[in-house]
Design a protein around this ligand. Structure first.
Ligand code: PLP
Length: 449
């Protein structure tokens, strides 16, 4: 079997296999890895998914990218172990569904990617007896998902940078109460600052000996697992194979990229709604063809989506024949026509988000949190503008209990704490604070040399 190779969106000539792309995180030219060829799953196979469990579907979707790099039995057992929780496809009304991706150990959709990535990295590192340091920036949920996924593994240490003033107390506690090989850093800055610091550390020649790896959505290992739940949700909401509309709340656009990869693999999708909060740089780009990052990013209540320049746009552009470098500079314009045919961009204000949480609960009894509400509001806007469609699947990316204040104020109920978070408020926290300058983070990282 010929393994699928991965190229850098910045054009570096080297092609690498999945194993290398996963362990490197980012290409040497700061580009992001993308598969050179996207394997297609035949329609007949996709129809069989309606009878298959989540881990079995995951196997069909992921396996073609791994080729012979992972033993079959190992892969199956990793998937079984990683996806040991519910993935509800909840009917809101008619054929309008909410896909609840919040039942993992840290109660956000990031568990899907982090849990498989951790297992794959561990597998590859054991083969060569190496250790790495994972350096990751988080706007709230990546950090905890990654920290939990890698917690306690021998040959991996994790440094997590988070913007101190932009994460909720529970989000912070999910990172700072673990200890062991998890090192949380509170940055006096915004998420974009954290992301920039991480990117700079990756290309710093003084730190090569640390064997830095990323667990951000820039890592291809985060992306591919996120194609799986689109297949899964479609198999449940549309067992006869009719094309579905998916609405995706977007921050760094990794979740949406998973969907677009699923589409290229053959999943019947009518349209993707790319719903952002008030950080509307993508909507503006879709309208005008001109891309301008938002600096500084706006603080919205869907805090994991407060991203002024989504890193995965480089991949999105590449999928449509364009080139965008890591700073957001457009080197080659993508094919706007096919982009607009497949994607519908919307921006949802905080007011609309709150209104949606209230309305959906009162009208349908479904409880959403701010991120999922952005997706749902985006779907409703799309259906109003472009005509009704069924089936529709809106992604709910976190558990409402992560945002108790907002929910209590809007619908008057305290969302029940999932078992995974029950003890969180009592555990002891441990973290350090640093400034948003590169010198501080470099000094901190040197200690691991
Ligand atoms: C990270 C996150 C998002 C945004 O996902 P991207 O892949 O960055 O677009 C949305 N909702 C929640 C709850 C998240 O944690």
């Amino acid at each position: 079997m010929n393994n699928i190779l991965f190229f850098s969106t910045n054009g570096h000539p080297e092609r690498v296999d999945f194993r290398r792309a996963l362990l490197m995180g980012q290409a040497p030219d700061k580009g992001l890895y993308m598969p050179e060829k996207i394997p297609c799953i035949p329609k007949s196979k996709i129809l069989e998914f309606s009878e298959m469990t989540y881990p079995k579907i995951a196997y069909e979707v992921i396996k073609p990218y791994l080729g012979d790099l992972v033993l079959d039995a190992e892969l199956r057992s990793m998937l079984q172990d990683a996806y040991n929780y519910d993935v509800p496809v909840e009917k809101v009304y008619d054929e309008k569904y909410v896909l609840r991706l919040d039942r993992g150990p840290t109660c956000s959709f990031k568990d899907f990617a982090a849990r498989l990535m951790a297992r794959l990295m561990q597998y590859f590192l054991k083969q060569v007896d190496e250790s790495i340091l994972i350096l990751t920036a988080t706007s709230g949920d990546t950090g905890s998902a990654v920290a939990h996924a890698f917690f306690g593994l021998d040959n991996i240490k994790i440094v997590v940078l988070f913007p101190e003033k932009e994460v909720t107390q529970r989000q912070r506690r999910q990172m700072t109460t673990l200890g062991k090989n998890v090192f949380p850093l509170a940055v006096d800055g915004k998420f974009d600052d954290c992301q920039a610091l991480v990117k700079q550390a990756f290309v710093d020649p003084d730190l090569v000996d640390l064997k830095l790896s990323s667990a951000n959505s820039i890592n291809i290992g985060r992306l591919l697992p996120q194609a799986v739940y689109y297949f899964y949700a479609h198999s449940r909401a549309s067992p006869d194979g009719k094309a579905a509309v998916f609405s995706v709340p977007c921050g760094n656009f990794g979740d949406l990229m998973g969907g677009l990869i699923a589409l290229r693999m053959g999943l019947p999708v009518h349209r993707f709604v790319a719903a952002t909060n008030e950080n509307d740089e993508f909507l503006k780009f879709m309208c005008t063809g001109i891309y301008k990052p938002i600096k500084p990013s706006k603080n919205c209540i869907s805090n994991a989506m407060n991203v002024g320049h989504p890193s995965n746009l480089a991949r999105l552009f590449s999928l449509y024949g364009g080139v965008m470098d890591e700073t957001g500079h457009v080197i080659k314009q993508p094919d706007m026509q096919s982009m607009r045919r497949e994607l519908y961009a919307v921006s949802i204000s905080d007011n609309e988000t709150r209104q949606t949480i209230k309305e959906v609960y009162l009208k349908h009894g479904a409880l959403l949190e701010p991120h999922g509400a952005v997706g749902y509001a985006g779907l409703m806007k799309y259906l109003t503008k472009c005509g009704d469609w069924s089936p529709c699947i809106s992604l709910e990316t976190a558990d409402p209990a992560k945002f108790p204040d907002e929910i209590v104020r809007l619908v008057g109920i305290n969302p029940p704490l999932p078992a995974a978070m029950a003890k969180l408020d009592e555990l002891e926290e441990n973290f350090q604070r640093i400034g948003a300058d590169y010198a501080s983070i470099k000094e901190y990282l040197r200690r691991f040399l």
